[in-house]
Structures are given as C-alpha cells and as structure tokens.
Design a protein around this ligand. Structure first.
Ligand SMILES: O=C(O)CCC(=O)C(=O)O
Ligand SMILES: [Fe+2]
Length: 334
C-alpha cells in the first residue's frame, strides 16, 4: 500500500482521524499474529489448569470461545498475558507479556509504515504506548465497584493525555486495527470528529458523570466536548484507523458473542520523546539512516525483558519512582 492519498491526509487534518481501508495484508501480517496468540492462549490454559483454576484446558474450543470460557471460570481477564506492554505499578520479574516475532512484524509491516510515514514523516519511531486488547463480551464478565464490567467501554480520552508532559510537543500518531473484523456490536473505536482542535483536555480520575456505563474511570468530562457527535468506526481486517493525539475517543460495549481483538500502536518522529521513558521504543523506519532500524524481533523481546527487570525494582506498593501519568489540575475536574 502506498502512502495515504491526499484526500485521506486532508480528512485526518480536518477531522482528527481517518479510516484507511486495506492497508495491511491480513494473511501475511494478521494471521501469524493470531497463530502466535493461539499458542499463548494454550500456554495460559495449561498453566491455569495446572493451578486448579479452570476445570479443563478447553483445547477443543476456538480462540474466542476458549478465552471467554477461561475468563468466566477465573472471573477475571488475562490481557496482560498477551500484551506487548507492562503495567505501571507492581511489576514482578515474572509478570507476563508477549513480544513475539509476529507481533514485531506487524509493528514494522512496510505497508503500515508507508501509511504512517505519510502522516508523520520519514523518521518513524515505534512509541511503546501500545496494546493488544482482547475484550470479551461484557455479559460474561464480573462487575467492578461501579456495577460495570471489569473490562468494558474505553472511557473518553485523548492519547496525548496518557503520556507524560515531556511528550507534550511530540507528534504522536495512534494506529488502531483489529485482528478480526470489528462490527458495531463488538464495540469498535469511537471518535469525536474535529475534537482535536481543542488542545489537551483534563482527564479526571474517578469521574462519575451522568452516564452510568462510563462511571468511575479516568476520563474527560463529557461537558467539555461534543460527546453527542461521537461516531463509531466499525472496521474489517486490514483496515487501519489513524487518530490524532488530541482527538477525543473511546469505545463502546462488546455486546456480541465473540471477543473483540485489536491492536493499538503509536508512532512518532524519531527525534521526539515518547512520554513513557521506562518502556522501550525503537526506530521502525529511517530514510536517513536505514541501518538504525530495528529488524530483529529477538532484540525487541530482549528490550521488553530488560524493561520488566527494571520495572520490578521501581514503582512498587504505591511508590512512584518513574511517573507514567501526568498531573491533573483538580479544579478542572470539579
Ligand atoms: O480499543 C479501545 O477500546 C481503545 C483504544 C484506544 O483508546 C486507542 O487506541 O488509543
Ligand atoms: Fe486511546
């Protein structure tokens, strides 16, 4: 896929996001990721079974049903087992993560990077603010203290709000795609078009608002933006959504019977800070110095292992040695 077309770049600049169809080749890039995750799930199932937490490894079930069954029986979600990132607090030397070769190849897919390059320029850094999200149908999940599913809608936020102040001037681009189709009933990404012109809005901790299904999370109060203008962005495999760092977005409930399975990645120009200093990024593309590109998936895995070792020595038991979150002005949240 060549760079995005001028109309797509205009759409991004004007609306704060663009949905680009068919950027990624699903058979080449996404199927190997799914195969890798199926092996992770198999390992998780056997571990939990050996620990007596589930009645069977459920090896007869496909990925989605197997993951749902495991969440039901353990009454929790297991996203960290698959994620190519780490928690901010209380990391242990054996906290699970998955930074496998197929995931690395997805992050460095040349077709994807061509599109990214057309939005942020030729020196492309893989910013470590990134996740796989495996969201089970909500009705299978236990509830939190607010009566909402323990993994439900994503609260309204700007991705600029989830990095530290040192990245305030970083041109960080959000890249969202699903591993399986994400129709409306799976709770796709939702964006508020043109909300990126308002600057950084306050992200308020434990905000209750007046929509019970969003109560309690860290979020931008709905009165501060045009929440009613939000639109869902259902996508097929291979499509990619590009989101400006100040576009207000979230996602709604998964009311289907299958998991919602997506990646969200960030890229920024290589000479700008990532805003997540304790986690490793890498040069994904450099036209100036191609030799600086990271091409070895094993090295990427090593960087994350090193980050885990470091994290297991800091940010324990409520202590904040290295901040991951920005300060919020409480007066703006009242
Ligand atoms: O997938 C979601 O539910 C939220 C993703 C998101 O906020 C992001 O990609 O920045
Ligand atoms: Fe986000």
């Amino acid at each position: 896929m060549p760079a995005l077309a001028p109309e797509q770049l205009d759409h991004f600049a004007r609306e704060g996001y663009v949905v680009a169809k068919g950027v990624i080749d699903p058979a080449k890039v996404l199927d190997p990721v799914i195969t890798e995750y199926a092996a992770c799930l198999d390992r998780l199932a056997h571990q939990l079974h050996a620990a007596g937490e589930i009645s069977s490894p459920h090896a007869d079930l496909g990925f989605s049903d197997r993951y749902i069954q495991i969440c039901r029986e353990t009454a929790r979600v297991h996203n960290q087992f698959f994620d190519f990132s780490l928690p901010f607090q209380n990391v242990q030397p054996d906290t699970p993560f998955w930074a496998g070769p197929a995931v690395f190849r997805a992050l460095t897919d040349p077709d994807l990077l061509d599109a990214v390059e057309s939005l942020i320029g030729p020196e492309v850094y893989s910013n470590p603010v990134q996740h796989v999200r495996i969201k089970p149908p909500e009705h299978h999940l236990p509830k939190n203290q607010y009566g909402n599913p323990i993994l439900g809608p994503t609260h309204w936020h700007q991705d600029h709000g989830v990095v530290t102040e040192e990245a305030d001037d970083t041109n960080m681009l959000t890249v969202w795609f699903s591993l399986e189709d994400t129709p409306i009933d799976k709770g796709p990404l939702m964006v508020v078009p043109r909300s990126h012109g308002m600057g950084l809005l306050p992200h308020c901790n434990g905000y209750m608002g007046n929509r019970p299904e969003f109560a309690g999370g860290q979020q931008i109060p709905e009165k501060l933006f045009a929440a009613a203008a939000a639109i869902p962005l259902p996508v097929a495999r291979g499509d990619v959504i590009f989101v400006h760092r100040q576009t207000v977005h979230g996602s709604y409930s998964n009311t289907s019977e299958e998991v919602r399975f997506s990646f969200d990645l960030r890229y920024n120009p290589s000479d700008q800070p990532t805003g997540r200093i304790a986690f490793p990024g890498f040069v994904a593309r450099s036209r100036k110095n191609p030799q600086s590109e990271l091409r070895d998936p094993a090295e990427w895995h090593r960087l994350w292992s090193q980050a885990r070792s470091y994290m297991s020595t800091i940010n324990q038991d409520g202590q904040i040695d290295v901040p991951f979150r920005r300060q919020v002005d409480a007066a703006l949240c009242a």
